[in-house]
Structures are given as structure tokens and as C-alpha cells.
Write a protein that binds this ligand. Sequence first.
Ligand code: ARG
Length: 456
Amino acid sequence: MKKLWGGRFTGSAEEWVDEFGASIGFDQDLADQDIDGSIAHATMLAKCGVITENEADVIIQGLKELKQKASKGELEYSAKLEDIHLNIEHHLTELIGPTGGKLHTARSRNDQVATDMHLYLKEQVSEIIELITEFQKSLVIQAEQNIETLMPGYTHLQRAQPISFAHHLMAYFWMLERDKQRYIDSMKRINLSPLGAGALAGTTFPIDRHMTAEILGFEGIYENSLDAVSDRDFILEFLSGSSMLMMHLSRLCEETILWSSQEFQFIELSDAFTTGSSIMPQKKNPDMAELIRGKTGRVYGSLMGLLTVLKGLPLAYNKDMQEDKEGMFDTVKTVKGSLKIFAGMIGTMKVKEEKMEKSVKNDFSNATELADYLAAKGVPFREAHEIVGKLVLECIQKGCYLADLPLEAYKSMNPLFEENIYQALNPYNAVERRNSAGGTGFSQVKIQIEKAKTSL
Ligand code: ARG
């Protein structure tokens, strides 16, 4: 098979060398984008008088035919032809003859590949944004059903203060909202067209870069042809935003795994998102949550990989940059899959309210209430803290909880304690009263959910 750049060569590489250098094994996923970019380019070349309308028609007809074939998996790709760009061009020329060779006028694979990747990410990022919204919806639905479900809130994974389970779920809603905003913001930079930058320096042909940008739905063009073909920041941004998203998902994975354990028993995951053990008949493993936690690693890896590839590269295109693709494809697949799984897993989990509530009754997470109680009666908070600390110690020694101590025990510590301390100690009241803005108080959680719904 003749190389499309073979003119200045006398010898040829061995097959295994070609295979090592080829990207067709993975960049065939860009076939659609490559063809769309070529159709826009040919259209523009004709409008600008670089090729005739007739030639453009023949080229575009051919490209459309190839697109059909590609979508049915009927295009044969060869590593001899290196990448998707040369494979498509080869097929085009086979199909329509030498006119196919005119398509590459005023273009290079360098601006071509960059255009393909911009088109690809544009589409994928908007799908990811929608998947985030779907997941947020399932969080909101669970939250709405659990506003008055009490659970222990933790710091250092030690019981801290009782909170509403909805409040906990909504914390993830807002994290995801930030992730979504990051993707939305990155669209500004994804939405620029490198096409027409040529190999690095632009072209002598009277092309119209704004026209191709518009046909392809880009909002603008790169202002500098060198930057246009050298830039992979938009992929790095995607990988870094995705790393942060995966980090958030991974934290929820960890909590889901803990909550569904025998030790916690706060939730039960649906059978659809768990697996059994091949040896232990009783097991129900939170595999999907574990796997998403694990897959976070490969997304971080892709970010680190590409940062390292680009570090120290001189302008403009270098073959190193071919390494930008697999991590990007893999991240798209990982992020989309993880979001879909999570929307289903959170939407179908069973919340064990009684278990959660029982656990907040059997702990010291109401100790802050007592300290606040004294502080509200004018005792300096530090002193109140000390007194309650002593009461907790007394309970530990006696093997009981704060609500079990008689009023006399309280009075002997401080006469300001009255019968109503028992109401203050009730975890339901403790949560209900935390009504500072953004707090876990039920009315605050309701406000938060309303805001979330309007943002959706
Ligand atoms: N397969 C190449 C890549 O993915 C396309 C660009 C090749 N350009 C070049 N001058 N060799 O990066």
C-alpha cells in the first residue's frame, strides 16, 4: 500500500514499525468527526474558489458514503495508513479517484487531528453534563424522601453531631454542581476551531477559517496557528475536571460501601448493583461502588500521563501528542459509565431509617446540644464544654448515655440545668434547631432542595 506521504522516501518501514507508530487502533473512534471536518473544509474550499463546486460535490458525496460505511463498521482500516485521517483519505481516493487528493489542500493532519478532538470532546462533554444532571436528580429524589431521616454526622469518622440524611446527600449534589459548572466553563475553550492553521504556519490559499468554524458549530477560531496545533489544554482541562468528579464519586463510593456494611446498616443497595460471592453464600458485595472508587485511579493516571507527555514539548506538533487520545477516550467511557451506575444505585438504594435513627440515639453526638444549652444561659462556651466533657466521662464510666443521667447528676455539675435538657438531648430536636443558613435543620434542608431543583 502506497504511503500518502511517500514521495521523498526510497525505503520503507517494516510492518511492526508501522504498527508501533499507528494510531488507527484507537483513533478510528474519531471517524465521524474526521469526516465532518473534511466536509466543512471541502465546502469552504469551494466557496473560496480553491477547488471547484463540482469537485467539492464529488468529495462531499464520497465522504458521506464513507460515513455511512464507517457507522456500519464496514470501513477497513490499515495500520500501514497510520491513522484515521490517512485511512479516510485513502478510502476517498479509492472511491472517487484523484479528485480525492484535492481535499487535503490548505490543510495538515495537525490542524485536522486537533479539530477532530475538539469536535469529539464538545459532544462528549455535553453528554457528560446531562449525565451529571440525571445523577443530581436521583440525589434530590432520595433527599426529598429523607429530610427527617436522622443519621450520625461524622468528623474523623467519629460520631460528631446528628444530621439529616438528606443534608448528607445534598452535599454531593453541590459537589456535582461544581463539577458540572467546570465542564460548562471548559466548553468555551473546547468550542474553538483550529482548522485552517495548517501544519503550523497557516496557508497561502485564500481560505476562510470562520466559515469552517461556523459550519462545524464552533464559537470562534484559535487566534494563532502555532497555538492552534500545539494546544492540548482543552483535553487536560477535561481530564482534570474529570479527575475531580471521580474524586467526588469515589468519596461517595466509600460512604456507600461503609453504609451498606453489617457494621453500619444504614442502607441496602439494590440487587442490581451488587454481586454475590462464589464461596460465601451470605455475601452481598457493593462491587459497583468499589469499582468506581478503583476506576478513579485510571482517570488520575490519564491526567498525569498527558501532563507529562506535553511537558517540555517544543512547538508545534510532535508525534508525542498522539499519546493524548487513549486516556481521553478511556476517561470519557469511565466518567459516563460511573455517572450512569451512580444515578441508578442511589435511586434504588433502600434507606434503613430505623437503623440510622437508632444509632444517633445510642451515642454522644448530642453532647454539643448540652454545651450550647449552658452557653445559651450565659455560661462561657469553653466552661460549658468542660462541664459536658465531664458528664460524658461520667456516662462512659457508668456505661450509659447522656439522656440516661438523672437531673440531679446535671444539677450537681451546674444548677442552670433544668428538666428541659432532655428535649435538647433529643437528636430530632438537635437537628431541627440547626437552622443557620446551609445548616442541617429541616427547614434549611428544604430550602436547599428547592434551590437545587431550580438549578436543575
Ligand atoms: N495520528 C496523529 C496524531 O494522532 C495525527 C497527526 C499526525 N501529524 C503528523 N504530522 N504526523 O497525533
